[in-house]
Design a protein around this ligand. Sequence first.
Ligand SMILES: [Zn+2]
Ligand SMILES: [Zn+2]
Length: 244
Amino acid sequence: MLKIETQKYVYSAWLNLNFAEILIIIVKKLIMIDVKSFTFNPFQENMYILSDDTNECIIIDPGCYEGREKEELTQYISSKKLVPKRLLNTHCHIDHVFGNKLVSETYNLELEIHKADLPVLESVAQVAHLYNIPNVDESPKPSSFLNEGDKITFGHSELDILFVPGHAPGHIAFVNHNQKFVIGGDVLFYTSIGRTDLPGGDHETLIESIKTKFFTLADDYEVYSGHGQKTTIGFEKSNNPFLQ
Ligand SMILES: [Zn+2]
Ligand SMILES: [Zn+2]
């Protein structure tokens, strides 16, 4: 008896929705993006793999440095039967590009970055020497550049690009409005912001980027950062000591 009543309730809930509303719910479910993060390398950098129901995926800031980290990344992709479609860097600091060569060669992908970060990419070998980090794979050069306003598409999914310099001169972030999240790189962290003392960094530019780009997003947008735990726009607006 109880079962029949429950079923009736479910039917009537569905009937109260019109066809367009039901269609929107189904389509939204279909294009849900799975955000997988790995924390890799001596700098504890967060890299991200975004995939959807088509199994197509994009790889952002592959920071895998040691053999076991590279293995973990490729294992994840093969075990999920993912098909990598794009290789993107939010910016080209050494901790975000360690795995560019592996990903580019393994999945036959061209690197895509913002043009203003090309000098940063080209200085990686020098930085590796400075920090005394051995065996850094040389990243491939990008074949094309990304700009604010461009769309990144894969499977049924789409991301917008924001140009957010300050931590690095060509720093970009990837926004998904359907699920309300940002892959933010080293711009905004949980109760902190990116450092600006590295070449090409500028504190005022960074604050401007956060306030005019990130903070125009709604409070419930989640921020997946390049280091540390994820946060939200609203939490950082209220609690980040650098942005009060
Ligand atoms: Zn950085
Ligand atoms: Zn970083």
